[in-house]
Design a protein around this ligand. Sequence first.
Ligand SMILES: Cc1ncc(C[n+]2csc(CCOP(=O)(O)OP(=O)(O)O)c2C)c(N)n1
Length: 607
Amino acid sequence: MATAISSPAQVLLSGNEAIARGALENGIRVATGYPGTPSTEILESLARYDSEHYVSWSPNEKVALDVGVGAAVAGSRALVTMKHVGLNVAADTLMSVAYTGVRAALVIVVADDPGVHSSQNEQDTRMYARFAELPLLEPSDSQEAKDFFQLACEISERFDTAVLLRSTTRLSHSKGMVTLGTIQPSRAKEYEKNLNKFVLVPSNARVRHEKVVERTGLLREFAETTELNRWEKGSSEIGVITSGVCYQYVKEILPDASVFKIGLMNPLPIHRLRNFAASVDRLLVVEELEPVIEEQLKANGIQAEGKEYFTRLGEFSPERVRAGFQKAGVLPMPKAPETAGAAAAVKENLFRPPALCPGCPHTVPYLVLKKLNALVAGDIGCYTLAVYEPLAAIDTTLAMGCSIGMAVGLQKGGDGTRPVVATIGDSTFFHSGIPPLIDALYNNVKITVVILDNQTTAMTGGQEHAGTGKNLRGETARTVDIATLCKALGAGFVEVVDPYDVSAVFRTLKSAIQYDGVSVVITNRPCVVSPATIRTTPYAVTAKECNACQMCMNLGCPAIIWTEEMHEGQHKVTIDPVACMGCAVCGLLCQTNAIIPLAADPARRTV
Ligand SMILES: Cc1ncc(C[n+]2csc(CCOP(=O)(O)OP(=O)(O)O)c2C)c(N)n1
């Protein structure tokens, strides 16, 4: 996992690995979360250490945070991890744990995704810190990711509060040298009952709210002295306030400027920032996403420039930060290269949309739903890719677990001309699909729910969940059987179907959409990138038998490609034997029986 470089105490770690290491060096006893790029590797990395700590995947982020809070109330240090949108799911608990405080450190790591590399939005977790009045720490590299973990634990216990540790994709996934410390054994304090603190009935909550305001005052004083915030004196012409990975970009682009690096993002050290502002001729704020620092400066009467030069949109890079300083007139404008337009055009042409993998078990259900003219409420997972041509079978995708509830709304609010179907992956079903299924059953709404069970959380790299029979450490675990669960909830139509059997999927979905009530169809093939390889024999096309009908092309399988050979104005096809997983679905669709296993006749590789 970690690559030793120069001395045994120095290793190259990603930000996520460094956070995991920080957890171990600070005696974390309970660590839990739900996968989500770019946060996933924190717990995966922690699970690889042979230590006594409890490390687990929870079914969703709220459950994970509840577990973490429970551990901290019990008196043990706890870590909870999630991606930014996961904090929305956990927000109910978050807003209230801000009132209760803790008995041992509770560190909530939230990894944001500026640039929306792998998410449905690019919300800024710093806003949550302000909303919940929780301290938020923001490291700039792997070493700080580990070091700040220790400070997060100290702040949590000193100020009796949960602490947010914010990462971003660039920090989580980039590697840097880290000096290791000693792994500490985890300790649990003796339990002490404290009803006034941990039972938020209104009479207690009112008092706890006072404590929150009091704590924020103390944290403001702390922010003015902590070494988490650093004033780096440079030229007095330009001063830059920045944090996180943006700090690295600023240092690279403007090495001589005065820089105020913020490590404790909430609350801000307003007095120090005021002094910093007074020490420079011009003050700029470089922050990714929302103007969190800039607005607070302005609210405190400190003049600063920021978002007019450094956009609220997307991920920053040294180039974008340089462009911002150029726009601000801090750096000279570049000469426009003559070929820029042509280069951009070439780049545009090379864009290729993502596609489901060859042999992906999600393909056929969507092919059939399109054929059945279904109105499909999609969800979040690999199967979201069925929105692209040629499958183009999804009408909506919003946030995890939305499909079934939206299908209810689409059915009740729609014109009733098309069958309404929700499609949802197994991990997403466990995450937030069960309450909306209960809603549909309870209110007896005529929808079909297709649960695409590929026995993994594929989208985030293949994590275990309650339906896979394994836990995060890879040990055997109890399996929740989805069909049994749906029947227990009262579903009258529950069918399990092999998604490689095209006609069985068609028959099953056709009768499911005719069912008068909630029908559930579960597909049961493992993900093709999970360790269980589906079949070893790739398929091939017999050129002379291919009549270029393009039926197989409807699958959008990346292993099926056009050849130069034409038939009646259409390209014939071939199959890339390396990419083909041998699922045989294209062979089932082929009208002329031109697609057969390669091993049957190696000479028939292709044209
Ligand atoms: C609230 C929230 N948490 C986590 C994620 C990250 N994420 C996206 S899809 C997904 C689950 C995918 O698994 P599954 O539903 O089984 O579908 P698959 O990708 O395996 O087809 C996760 C964890 C997210 N987008 N939103």
